[in-house]
Design a protein around this ligand. Structure first.
Ligand SMILES: Cc1cc2nc3c(=O)[nH]c(=O)nc-3n(C[C@H](O)[C@H](O)[C@H](O)COP(=O)(O)O)c2cc1C
Length: 325
């Protein structure tokens, strides 16, 4: 498939692997890129800019295809040294950056001067338009279904994507709830030029996470995610577990008076324990409703090739077939 997204990033297939904390290591990103998509290293999973530089070098050893780095600007307990992380990205010769959270405006001049293409992840049309206005090259439009932070507007992709298509001039990919060929074809029918997947890529052979995490995704249905931290205006969609039950209960009890300190132990420092140790109840971790569509653990190559070939069949046989009838 050829779209403005494949052209922009120099990739074969219009499929991006979104940045994921403690999942987006070089193993993940290179596997997706080797399969013809755009793999993304999660910048802030690397504790220092020097560590990020090493991870980029490791990824380059594993693939000669383009890959990107995610930079997330979310409320954090301490602000990371973003300019130094950006320097590591530039010096590592990376040509694609996925930004997320707050606006990347202040960092765009240095990224653009280095010839880096920036795709900003947005959960609303107004933020997408802002991204276009400040000079981002593309947008990842992240619907309410998504794993991670869906924002506070709760607009699902069936509405959000065509609304984005009505307003945006720059290309965008659909993000949130994307799992297979049906997702890709539907997203493209709604105006997207590709798709971004998070949760689906965790259930692949190469995803460098504990087997318990992959098993949990296979076992989960579309009913097994919950929203937390809405009262803090930092809503996150996570897989339900005993820690999440506690968070929901604390939020219910404290109502508008809840603070991050009340739930800190259940959301802070959780990712290494879940993703690496396989402690599935250690705390809250992001997961999309798309878990309900995950039924196997293929390699990234198998997954991406299946998506592309089935998408062709859907377009040529199923959709064309309706016209013929
Ligand atoms: C375990 C996990 C961790 C994530 N961590 C990040 C992150 O650090 N930064 C970010 O921008 N997005 C993060 N995301 C969001 C993904 O990049 C992507 O936007 C989202 O998963 C898309 O929705 P889907 O899970 O339905 O595919 C994370 C998602 C998951 C599932």
């Amino acid at each position: 498939m050829k779209t403005r997204i494949t052209e922009l990033f120099g990739i074969k297939h219009p499929i991006i692997q979104g940045g994921m904390h403690f999942v987006g290591f070089a193993e993940m990103a290179s596997a997706v890129s080797n399969a013809g998509g755009l793999g993304i290293i999660t910048g802030l999973t690397q504790r220092t800019p020097e560590d990020l530089a090493k991870e980029i070098a490791r990824c380059r050893d594993m693939t000669d295809k383009p890959f990107g780095v995610n930079l997330t600007f979310l409320p954090a307990f301490t602000t990371p040294p973003y300019p130094e992380y950006i320097q590591a990205i530039i010096e590592g010769g990376v040509k694609a950056v996925e930004t997320a959270g707050r606006s990347p405006e202040q960092y765009l001049p240095s990224l653009k001067a280095a010839g880096i293409k920036v795709i900003h992840k947005c959960t609303s049309v107004r933020h997408s338009l802002k991204a276009e206005k400040i000079g981002c090259d593309a947008v990842s439009v992240d619907g309410f279904e998504c794993g991670g932070h869906p924002g506070e507007d709760d607009v699902p992709n069936m509405i959000l994507l065509p609304r984005a298509a009505e307003e945006l001039k720059i290309p965008f990919v659909a993000s949130g709830g994307m799992a297979d060929a049906r997702s890709l074809v539907a997203a493209m029918a709604l105006g997207a030029e590709g798709m971004n997947m998070g949760t689906r890529f965790i259930a692949t052979k190469e995803a460098p996470v504990h087997e318990n995490v992959k098993k949990a995704l296979l076992a989960a249905s579309e009913l097994d995610t919950r929203l937390i931290m809405r009262s803090l205006r930092n809503t996150e969609r996570v897989l339900d577990n005993s820690a999440v039950d506690k968070i929901v209960e604390i939020e219910r009890e404290k109502g508008a008076n809840v603070t991050i300190a009340d739930i800190h132990d259940l959301v802070g420092g959780v990712y290494p324990r879940v993703m690496q140790q396989g402690e599935m109840d250690a705390g809250a971790w992001s997961c999309g409703m798309v878990a309900g569509l995950i039924h196997d653990i293929p390699t990234c190559k198998e997954l991406i090739e299946r998506i592309i070939s089935e998408a062709e069949t859907i377009i040529r046989k199923r959709l064309e077939g309706f016209l013929a009838a």
